[in-house]
Every structure is written in C-alpha cells, then in structure tokens.
Ligand binder design. Structure first.
Ligand SMILES: Cc1cc2nc3c(=O)[nH]c(=O)nc-3n(C[C@H](O)[C@H](O)[C@H](O)COP(=O)(O)OP(=O)(O)OC[C@H]3O[C@@H](n4cnc5c(N)ncnc54)[C@H](O)[C@@H]3O)c2cc1C
Length: 407
C-alpha cells in the first residue's frame, strides 16, 4: 500500500486525499491550521460557490489551455456534482453558479472531511510542513516542532497560494517546491480590489452602483464587464471589478498604463440621454442640480461627479445652464479612472502565477521529481469568479490523488 503525504487540507488537498484513499492508498494530510478547509468556509461569502454549469478551458488563464482542457475532461463540473451528491450534498444553482443547497460553505467542507475520516485518512492539524527532501525513492517530510522526519512514497503539495491569508498565516508553498528546482511564474494578487485615481473614493466608500466597465490597457480596449461596483477607500471593488483585476495585475506588473471607463447608465445611449436631460432641464429650471439628478444615480456619486465637473449641487439648473448640466450627465456614462495598483494578497481571493504547467505531467506530477505532485492554487492556472477556482482545486486534486496511488 502506497504511503501518501498531502501537504495542506484545503479544497485540493481534501479531494486528493479522497481520491487516493479510494484508490487504496494510505493517506496522511498535514494541515497547518487547527482545522482543515478553513478557506473553503470563507468562499462565496460563506456560501461556497464551488463550480459552474458553464465550464471549459477558455475560462481559465493558463500558458497551455490544453493542459486545463485535459484535466477538466477527466474531472469535470458534472463529475464534481456527482461526487458531492454521493456524499450527501444537496446542490443549488443560481445563474449557472453552483452552491450547496443550504448555502453554508461548511456543508462542502464537512462532507469532504467526513468521507476522508470514514476512509481512514490520518488528518493531522496544527502540523506545518517546513521541508521536503527526496532521498533514494522516499520523500522525507519535516513538520515544525517535530524532530523526526517521516518517510512517504509520494507527496502531493496542496498548500494553496499566498492569497486571503488571515492573521499570522504564512505561505511557504514555493519554499517547498524551490528545493526541487521547479520553475514558477511570479505570484500576483488575483480577484482583488483595484486602487484607482480619478474620484474622491473616501467620500464614496461603501456606495454600490450597477455599471458597465471597460478596461483599457495602453489605450486599447481589453475587456468589458458589467455588474455591481462597490467603492472602497482607494478605488473600486465588486465581482465585476474582480473579474478585470486578473488582467490588471499582470499588466501593471509589466508597467503598462491601465484605465477603466465606468458607464453608470448603460441602458441609455449618449444621444437619448442628452435629449432626456435637455427636456428635464426645461421643466425643472428652478430646481437645484441636486434635485434634478436625485432620481437618477446614487447621491454620493452624483455629488462627486458634479464636483469633478466644477458644478455646485445647490446651484439652480437655470443658472448652471443646460450645456454644463449636459457635461455632468455625459460623465455619468464616461468616468475614467487610472488604475494605480491592486490591493495586496491579504485582500485577494486567488494567487495568480505559481508552478508552470509545463513542469507537470497531465497527472500533476513533477516531470523532474517523480512522485511529487503539485495541485490547486499552487499551479499557474487561474479562473474568474463563478466557482472556477474551487473547481480547479477539486479537478487537480482528484487526478493527482488517484494517480499517486496507481502509478
Ligand atoms: C475570501 C475568499 C473567497 C473565495 N470565494 C471563492 C468562491 O466562491 N469560489 C471559488 O471557486 N473560489 C473562491 N475562492 C478561491 C478558492 O478559495 C481557492 O482557489 C481554493 O481554496 C484553492 O484551493 P487549494 O486547495 O489550492 O488551497 P486552499 O483551499 O487555500 O488550501 C490550502 C491548505 O493548505 C494549508 N497549508 C498551507 N501551507 C501549509 C504547510 N506548509 N503545511 C501544512 N498545511 C499547509 C492551508 O492552511 C490550507 O488549509 C475564494 C478565496 C477567498 C480568499
């Protein structure tokens, strides 16, 4: 019976443990925290959006899309749904995004954990793996505070990434793989808030508005997203922003200039809006600018946009003049912000970069270090919001766990 070590009891590690156990392996999971799957508990705002009905390799950023395709073909969203259902998880779908029916992330973690325990997994919490070496055909695994190294036939590195760590949590995934000379892409924060210039964000903090966002990289339109935007102290956030942030992180790292255009009235075209505003000015000439726009957009946003156009909210529409009012309403559809950076890893949902996929076989085994597997967020494969990152963790975990036993 093969002795398999899994470093990290998160989404990918628990799935790898189950796949290995079901293939007849003897599995030890080392988890540095006091419980396994603590990040799973925080996913999807505590509801755990674990996959998506619409899944294929094009959703992922990876050097070699065929690597992702082959993996998804072997363990797809349908396979995951079937797997979790067999464990007793009822599932619900919202616009294609998949959640546990009770909308409690702990349901996902708990069914995985219960299955691993019932198959006899040796789960060791408060166990921080700080070194792995290979001697002859065995891997020797060192855990902080323990003198003896433990020998295993196979090791699966499932440490996750540097993102979303809490308190004094430390990420050492690359320290573990660097010892084996495995190449990786630079790590950057992904699915993360953007820091911008162009509005006074402190005044807007907490305001939410639906909007269309266009991302420009070096003046070229690169991507569009729509959805609810949330302002924070230093810029913009929200799912639509997260989806753009992966592109921003990479482009900023390459010193590219990034601008986003926000359209807060996407349902109105420029000419139609101008005609409407002119008509409104005519019948509201004695009202203040604030009163004129009160029924249109978030009040804090109106105030900021008026200020940026040099218009006082208390002035009467008649005295400001229709042309100046039109310049404000034009800006409702054309706010340009310069993106100066992203929030750091602590605020990021994922880590971009990681172990290059051409270092790995299709079974997630290191080409240079047979018996060593690297899965989940440690790999240089990243998805957008919508359950794609957890699906990747489960897909890679399932394949590596099974292969580690059978090869
Ligand atoms: C706030 C937040 C919300 C998110 N929401 C979603 C969502 O709704 N849908 C989605 O698809 N994705 C979401 N993600 C991303 C998703 O959580 C990750 O992509 C996924 O958990 C990665 O799985 P993993 O197994 O690679 O890493 P993790 O789930 O992070 O697991 C890694 C585990 O390894 C342990 N570990 C690390 N180093 C060591 C070591 N040296 N020794 C022992 N143990 C170690 C860690 O403590 C951790 O338990 C979210 C992320 C965050 C931060």
């Amino acid at each position: 019976m093969k002795k398999i070590c899994i470093v990290g009891g998160g989404a990918s590690g628990l799935m790898a443990a189950l796949a290995a156990l079901k293939s007849g392996g003897r599995v030890t999971v080392f988890e540095k925290n006091s419980e396994v799957g603590s990040k799973i508990l925080r996913t999807g705002n505590g509801k755990c959006n674990f996959s998506n009905l619409d899944l294929n390799e094009t959703f992922y950023k990876a050097d070699d899309p065929s690597f992702v395709k082959k993996a998804i073909d072997r363990f797809s969203n349908e396979d995951l749904v079937m797997f979790l259902t067999r464990l007793g998880l009822l599932i619900k779908e919202k616009s294609g995004w998949l959640y546990p029916y009770n909308e409690q992330a702990k349901a996902v973690r708990n069914v995985l954990l219960a299955e691993a325990v019932s198959y006899g997994a040796d789960i060791r919490t408060d166990s921080y793996v700080n070194m792995i070496v290979k001697e002859n055909d065995k891997f020797l695994v060192s855990v902080s505070g323990q003198k003896e190294r433990e020998a295993f036939d196979k090791v699966i590195i499932a440490t996750g990434g540097a993102s979303g760590l809490i308190g004094k949590e430390k990420f050492n995934g690359f320290e573990l793989t660097d010892g084996f000379n495995i190449k990786r892409e630079k790590a950057l924060p992904g699915l993360v808030k953007l820091k911008c210039e162009g509005l006074d964000f402190k005044n807007l903090k907490g305001s939410r508005c639906d909007c269309n966002i266009t991302l420009f990289v070096e003046d070229e339109p690169a991507r569009e997203e729509a959805g609810e935007l949330i302002f924070w102290d230093e810029g913009i956030s929200g799912i639509c922003v997260f989806s753009l942030s992966n592109h921003c992180s990479k482009a900023l790292d390459n010193n590219k200039e990034i601008v986003v255009k926000l359209d807060f009235l996407p349902d109105f075209d420029e000419d139609g809006l101008a005609s409407l505003i002119k008509a409104m000015c005519l019948v509201n000439i004695d009202k203040t600018v604030e009163e004129l726009f009160a029924g249109m957009l978030n009040d804090k946003l109106v105030k900021e946009i008026c200020l940026s156009c040099g218009i006082n909210l208390n002035d009467k529409v008649g005295s400001v003049g229709t042309d100046n009012i039109l310049s404000v309403s034009h800006k409702f559809k054309n706010v340009y912000l310069v993106v100066k950076g992203t929030a750091d890893f602590t605020d990021a949902q994922i880590m971009l970069g990681g172990i290059k996929t051409d270092e790995l076989t299709d079974d997630f085994e290191s080409k240079n270090v047979p018996g060593l597997y690297i899965i989940g967020e440690m790999t240089d494969v990243s998805g957008p919001c919508g359950g794609y990152n957890l699906q990747w963790a489960f897909t890679s975990g399932s394949i590596a766990g099974e292969n580690a036993c059978c090869s």
